[in-house]
Design a protein around this ligand. Sequence first.
Ligand code: AP5
Ligand code: MG
Ligand code: ZN
Length: 210
Amino acid sequence: MKLIFLGPPGAGKGTLAVKAVEILNVPHISTGAIFRAAIAAQSPLGLKVKAIIDSGRLVDDETTIELVKERLAQSDAQSGYILDGFPRTIPQAEALETFSKADKVVNFDIPDTAVVERLSGRRVCRNCGVNYHTIFNKPKQDGVCDACGGEIYTREDDKEEAVQKRLTVYREQTAPLIDYYRKKGLLVDVDASPQVDEVVNNFKKALDIN
Ligand code: AP5
Ligand code: MG
Ligand code: ZN
């Protein structure tokens, strides 16, 4: 199954994707995670995008589209994928259609207040990228990743100013994709506001997965 996860920052796309990967057995492709890995590695891509990402703005369409096109050409993505955080603009959505057709677009339905609460408490493993939350999803040991033992840190773009910027960018540039995909008959709404297990159930019901 080829899925797009569409929703505001902090809606829980990455968290649900980790669960959905186990259910569907397809790769989780997060453009944000690819950019963060490039930043950590100080690669040319990482150096180019660091300031943009830290401030909560979008990386340019050309760079992002090229990155996804290359990733989707790899063998593990041929029979399915979860695209998390792409497309984020109409031009990105139009470009995607020229090299891959998604089966469904999962729209994460959640109020802004919940999003701010989730982002302000989010912590991330520096090593494997798994998400935690200071209230909703604590690691067993403070500051240490359950999955790999890596160090847990606060993302630069989860600081308050960048969060507000990301929400504005979402409303202006990404939210129009909801109508875009609804008109194409691809959109599936999932209530993303309850706790994680319930969101997983909502997701399965919405996609008719047992
Ligand atoms: P990206 O990494 O995609 O960030 P984002 O869209 O802002 O989304 P987040 O990762 O912040 O939120 P999420 O929905 O994954 O929520 P999560 O599961 O972590 O992008 C980062 C940046 O990269 C962008 O700003 C941009 O600069 C650039 N970029 C990426 N893609 C791009 C593109 N296509 N074009 C241009 N630029 C691009 O959950 C959040 C928190 O809530 C966690 O702490 C989690 O533990 C907790 N939580 C999750 N679910 C629940 C729940 N059900 N109940 C309680 N807590 C929960
Ligand atoms: Mg994410
Ligand atoms: Zn880890």
